[in-house]
Unconditional design. Structure first.
Lengths: 255, 571
């Protein structure tokens, strides 16, 4: 009897309940699935187990399952996460784990959302343009600063938590943290010769950001989005467009 | 009939948006073609993003003695001389220019003291040759190409899967597929098609590959009549994670060894001393993978059945700087701090040396108008690929394929899409909704078991025959595979088609492995453990003949005198 009780207790520990959103843009509901737990398991493993044994048509977007491609973003217990890097043993398993799609993007089905808007925004940003006659020499210290921005895996978690997008729906006029990081990577490239400050001010809506740092908190690559990308870009815009001396210079030049 | 499908028309259609597909698209566009690029996932998520260690290119920034000749020789020796020598030559000659071009498009590589692109040591490379960005070189490469391509005006069809190539007589005329989101069918009219769909890792249980690597392109090409080459050569990367179970197979970059990482067994012995005392940890991948496998098999493995890989003798800050994603990967997924303790690693199915047989100069397959580049194509790597030669392969032959495809399209007349072929393609995709068999997941698992246990690192006649038998038994199950739910973003449905490709190409691998009665590079036969000079003169070729899979041997093209001389000189 004691053994049976022990086994039951062990079994109870070795299972978890996932409360997964199922549905399409017409509506849907959370469905509970019991999933056996293995050591080191991540939420994406649990979703794959559901696909293989209980719901073969469960829609999940994923690729590398190694935290390198940024495809498997979802909200786990209300927090935006990469499901491939969210360990089950870091979650309270005595209650259902909720898994929902990213809120800031239109739902396609289950955990998959339509992120195509991001690709449209990206097209607005002019590519790297080397200064005329550059020597292709760079100092590692100058490269370091930009490499931080180039770590971005485009998981769009920062876009998902940014209240300008998530709560105020300013997609038409605001590019979001991901594209400030991208622009910072170009603007601070040691050999780039183009200025994108006008674009930042007029088209990417940099001014809407009031630096609450929500984006920085969720970045799985630990990019200091606010401090290292957004604030320096804001300073560039201020220097160029709101600095009294520069304003005078522009007036004289007639620009 | 064809009017009922959503239709797009391009001069050149590229299938696959990893490094090879993107590079091909950029080049085809630059040569005046109207280019469409189709990919199964979102743009920028292809497996190239996982490439860690670097791009091999003889730039000589760190070791001044390096040049294309040495790179050529290293590649040929690594491939045990089964390589297409012309591809190996072009690759070594053109790789440096392809890297410089990436830099001019905005890629930011790690630098030397004097401000040039830094290069690191890697297995099988005589000199420090790998241009890199920490351990996320692939991400830098794909992002640079992606941004370049989008800015230049490539039409990208994301989350779209091609299930059939359509032919007009002998030549390629287009492709049929579906949108993952809606499940609606779509067709593409094209004068030339470039296949850049990568490999077949997902046919094995322990693999570093993502869900996309299901041999689609090889299967599409084979079904369209193209020849497949060197299919027995599957690379098992020596170092994948072995624990915990959920991450088994996940890649641990060779850069760990390039930066000085040491392999030890459970007894603390640096066992590479036994297997390759000269090159040690930086021996070629086939040798290191077999060594780890042997240590484990003979009872000297780590608690979770691997080897210890230790970089903790290097300063912690250096490790975090040069191997940042490895540091995070182990910290977050395995509770291991690699700056203070060893990793546990073991072999993982990583790369397909074999693939679509192509012409070295143009990357054209044996089907007119059908081109292939990157992992989906064969020839450059021979029996074993050197680390770092994949990213350079993507750039060199992606560019060549794009250029040749654009030229082919400019000369080619209009094609007709045959409605009977399109209807058959549609019927094939809809059938699983009518079937009463099994769901695809179970069948996939069984295929993975077979390939893992019977067509792995070490092979025997008996195992391979058994694998072939299992594959025969899987065929009727795949024919009856079922799915339910709707066609909207239904991964189970997608797998029903991917499974057919995997099964088909797994058979090609197994048949080629059975035929090659010797051990060479990544193909190790326990029953034929030696190199056989006769087999050194032959490549296996797989082709569809009267509806059946046929195997024949092609002679390896003889090296011209100038290259023979270079090889003799660098011995």
């Amino acid at each position: 009897m004691a053994d049976a009780g022990m086994d039951a207790a062990l079994e109870a520990q070795s299972e978890a309940t996932l409360r997964v959103f199922r549905g399409a843009d017409g509506g849907g509901e959370a469905v509970d699935y019991r999933v056996p737990i293995a050591p080191g398991m991540v939420v994406l493993d649990a979703l794959h187990s559901i696909q293989a044994h209980q719901a073969p048509d469960l829609a999940v977007r994923w690729n590398c399952k190694a935290g390198k491609c940024g495809s498997c973003s979802a909200e786990v217990n209300g927090r935006p996460r990469l499901t491939c890097k969210t360990r089950m043993d870091a979650l309270p398993l005595n209650e259902p784990i909720t898994v929902s799609p990213l809120k800031a993007f239109p739902l396609i089905k289950d955990l998959v959302t339509d992120v195509s808007w991001n690709y449209q925004v990206n097209k607005k940003i002019p590519a790297f343009q080397p200064r005329v006659g550059v020597q292709w020499k760079m100092d590692q210290r100058d490269v370091d600063r930009v490499q931080e921005f180039r770590k971005c895996i485009e998981c769009f978690l920062c876009q998902n938590v940014c209240h300008v997008l998530r709560d105020h729906g300013k997609q038409e006029v605001f590019a979001g943290p991901r594209f400030f990081v991208r622009t910072a990577g170009l603007e601070m490239h040691p050999l780039d010769g183009l200025s994108r400050t006008k674009l930042l001010k007029d088209e990417l809506g940099l001014g809407y950001c009031n630096i609450t740092k929500c984006c920085t908190e969720v970045c799985p690559e630990e990019i200091h989005i606010t401090d290292n990308a957004i604030i320096p870009l804001k300073e560039r815009v201020v220097d160029e467009y709101y600095d009294p001396v520069m304003m005078l210079v522009r007036k004289i030049r007639g620009a | 009939m064809t009017a009922t499908y959503e239709t797009h028309e391009h001069d050149v259609l590229i299938i696959g948006a990893g490094g090879a597909g993107l590079r091909a698209a950029i080049e085809a566009l630059a040569n005046g073609a109207r280019v469409g690029l189709v990919c199964k996932s979102l743009l920028g998520k292809a497996h190239t993003v996982m490439a860690e260690g670097g791009i091999a290119a003889a730039m000589g920034n760190v070791d001044k003695g390096d040049d294309w000749r040495t790179h050529f020789c290293d590649t040929m020796r690594g491939g045990k001389f089964l390589n297409n020598w012309r591809m190996a030559q072009l690759h070594a000659q053109e790789a440096p220019e392809r890297v410089r071009e990436l830099e001019q498009w905005g890629a930011l590589f790690d630098r030397t003291e004097s401000g040039d692109i830094l290069q690191r040591a890697f297995g099988g490379h005589t000199f420090k040759r790998l241009c890199h960005v920490g351990d996320r070189t692939g991400l830098e490469l794909i992002r640079t190409l992606q941004d370049r391509g989008v800015q230049q005006g490539i039409d990208v069809y994301m989350e779209c899967t091609i299930t059939r190539l359509i032919k007009d007589g002998d030549r390629i005329a287009g492709a049929f597929g579906y949108w993952r989101e809606s499940g609606r069918f779509v067709m593409f009219k094209a004068k030339a098609i470039v296949i850049a769909t990568g490999g077949i890792g997902k046919a094995w249980k322990v693999t570093s590959n993502s869900w996309e690597y299901t041999a689609d392109g090889m299967a599409l090409a084979y079904e369209a009549g193209a020849e497949l080459l060197d299919m027995e050569f599957v690379q098992f990367h020596p170092t994948g994670m072995v624990w915990p179970p959920g991450v088994q197979g996940l890649l641990v970059t060779e850069a760990v060894r390039g930066e000085g990482g040491i392999l030890r067994n459970r007894k603390g012995e640096r066992f590479m001393e036994k297997y390759d005392p000269k090159r040690m940890e930086l021996s070629t991948r086939d040798v290191v993978a077999r060594s780890i496998y042997t240590e484990v098999k003979e009872g000297r493995g780590t608690p979770h059945g691997g080897a210890f890989l230790d970089i903790s003798h290097q300063p912690a800050e250096y490790v975090k700087k040069k191997l940042p994603s490895m540091y995070h990967q182990f910290k977050e997924l395995a509770d291991v701090d690699i700056t203070t303790g060893p990793m546990e690693v073991g072999p993982t199915c990583h790369y397909m040396m074999g693939g679509i047989r192509v012409d070295a100069e143009t990357a054209q397959s044996t089907v007119p108008g059908l081109f292939a580049a990157g992992e989906a194509a064969a020839g450059l790597h021979g029996a074993n690929r050197l680390g770092g030669n994949s990213l350079s392969d993507l750039l060199v032959f992606g560019r060549r394929a794009g250029k040749a495809a654009a030229e082919f399209a400019s000369r080619a007349g209009a094609t007709q899409l045959d409605s009977a072929q399109l209807e058959a393609a549609e019927r094939e995709m809809l059938a699983p909704f009518e079937h009463q068999g099994e769901y695809p997941y179970e069948i996939h698992r069984d295929l993975q078991e077979t390939m893992q246990s019977l067509v792995g690192i070490f092979r025997t006649e008996e195992d391979l025959q058994k694998a072939l038998h299992n594959i025969e038994e899987l065929k009727p199950r795949v024919e009856r595979v079922k799915i339910d739910g709707s066609r909207m973003f239904n991964p189970g449905w997608h797998l029903t088609r991917d499974l057919r490709s995997m099964l088909l190409i797994s058979e090609a691998v197994t048949r080629s492995a059975l035929a090659r009665r010797e051990s060479r590079g990544a193909h190790s036969r326990i029953d034929f453990p030696q190199l056989d000079d006769e087999w050194g003169k032959k490549n296996n070729v797989i082709v569809s003949q009267d509806g059946a899979m046929a195997l024949r041997q092609n002679p390896v093209r003889e090296l011209p005198e100038d290259l023979k001389k270079i090889l003799a000189e660098t011995k």
